[in-house]
Each structure stands twice: as C-alpha cells, then as structure tokens.
Design a protein around this ligand. Structure first.
Ligand code: DX5
Ligand code: ZN
Length: 217
C-alpha cells in the first residue's frame, strides 16, 4: 500500500533561523522536509548547499531530508550530500545526460534516488529511468521560486505515471496548498511538497493536517 506523506519546503521560511523552521515543521506533523538546493545556473536563484545540510542534520535528527537538486551538475554533489546526511537526492532529468548512472551513484552512496521533471518536459522521458529510481517529482511550477501559481495541467503527467506505476512514489511540488491539494490527490500523487502555504500560515499544524486529510482517502 502506498503511503501519503506531507513534506514542507522551507525555501520561504526565515532562512536566518532554519533550525527553528525545521523543528517547527516536524513538531507540526511534517512527514519529511523538502530542501531546495539552487545553484543560479539550472534555475535563476540561489539557496544553499551541502555545508548547510550538514549543519542542519543534527538539529532535526529524525527528519527525512528530501533534497531537490535544482543544479546544473547534479553528479557533482552526490557524495557531499550523502556525507552531510541527506536521505533522498532528487535530480532533474534536464540536467544530466546519464540519469541511469546518476541514479545508481545516488543509491550506492546510500540515499534514495528521485528524478524531477520541469513543466515543459514530457513525462515519457522518465520512462527508461523509472525502474531505477524511488520517486518521480512532477514540478507544478517552473523551478526557482516559492509562492508561484499551481499548474493544474501537470496533473495529466501524474495520472499517467500513477496508471503506469501503481506503487511508485510520485511527488508534486509548486503552488500546492489547501486550494490545490484535491487535484493532486485525485491524480494520484502521494508525496506532497508545500512551501508558502505551510510556512507562511499562522497555524502550520492545521494546514499540514488539512493537506493530509485531503490526500489520504
Ligand atoms: C520551487 C521549489 C519548491 C517551492 C515550493 O522551485 O522547488 O519546492 O519552494 O514552494 P511553494 O509551495 O510556495 O510553491
Ligand atoms: Zn522543490
């Protein structure tokens, strides 16, 4: 049976106090933490890298760290991120010529492997790699920034993947919150990333439980 999980993205949290933001999310019922790594090349924005992940690791020892690597050379950081304590490493299919080798490298480093698709990338492109990864991430905004509008037409990708792979972990990311979660759940996503809807809420716990109740049916 497929489990449904809610993973807040701390991209739009107070970055000067990430320890507090991560602890607050875990105490509010988050199942995992989605960490957005951006390099200013693959996306037009910058965030953080493995030195920060390593500092955060002991502050939330039980949290599953799902890294969303929006970087131009995803091969480059696998070992550093594994050493820093990452649990899952999701790279973009658009950023590599050899997704199969990269997925293998990630698993050999002791992490789960995820593969992400930008909105303009056809879902069929992941088919040769699905068996080699633990999760497919369907982006529902152009990667780079939090707080953008959800692209409902991406649900066709989720539906196609769910029909083809009943047991696959399928993650949605971008513009997901109480107003858009039903579309994600109906299409078959089971790993739900939510950034601003959760971290900007007065009551993050209430939003997380609302998301969970919508996706577990
Ligand atoms: C966008 C990031 C997302 C983003 C989600 O490039 O990958 O994880 O932070 O934030 P919201 O939910 O605000 O779109
Ligand atoms: Zn993300």
């Amino acid at each position: 049976p497929l489990t449904c999980k809610i993973g807040p993205s701390i991209l739009n949290a107070d970055l000067s106090n990430l320890e507090k933001a991560c602890i607050q999310m875990m105490d509010s019922g988050a199942d995992y933490l989605h960490l957005d790594v951006m390099d200013g090349h693959f996306v037009p924005n910058l965030t953080f890298g493995h030195p920060l992940v390593k500092c955060l690791r002991p502050k939330v020892p039980r949290a599953f760290f799902d890294l969303h690597m929006m970087v131009a050379e995803p091969e480059k950081w696998v070992t550093d991120m594994a050493d820093a304590g990452a649990d899952q490493y999701t790279f973009h299919i658009e950023a590599t010529d050899n997704p199969l080798a990269l997925a293998r490298k990630i698993r050999e480093a002791g992490m789960k492997a995820g593969i992400g698709l930008k909105p303009g990338t056809p879902v069929e492109e992941v088919l040769p790699v699905v068996e080699a990864v633990d999760m497919v991430l369907v982006m529902t905004v152009e990667p780079g920034f939090g707080g953008q509008a959800f692209m409902a037409d991406m649900m066709a990708k989720v539906e196609f993947l769910r029909r083809s792979f009943p047991h696959l972990d399928i993650e949605v990311d971008g513009g997901v919150g109480p107003a858009t979660i039903d579309a994600c759940a109906k299409a078959g996503a089971n790993m739900i990333v939510s950034g601003s809807a959760v971290v900007k809420a007065n009551d993050p716990r209430a939003v997380i439980s609302q998301l969970r109740n919508s996706v577990v049916k």
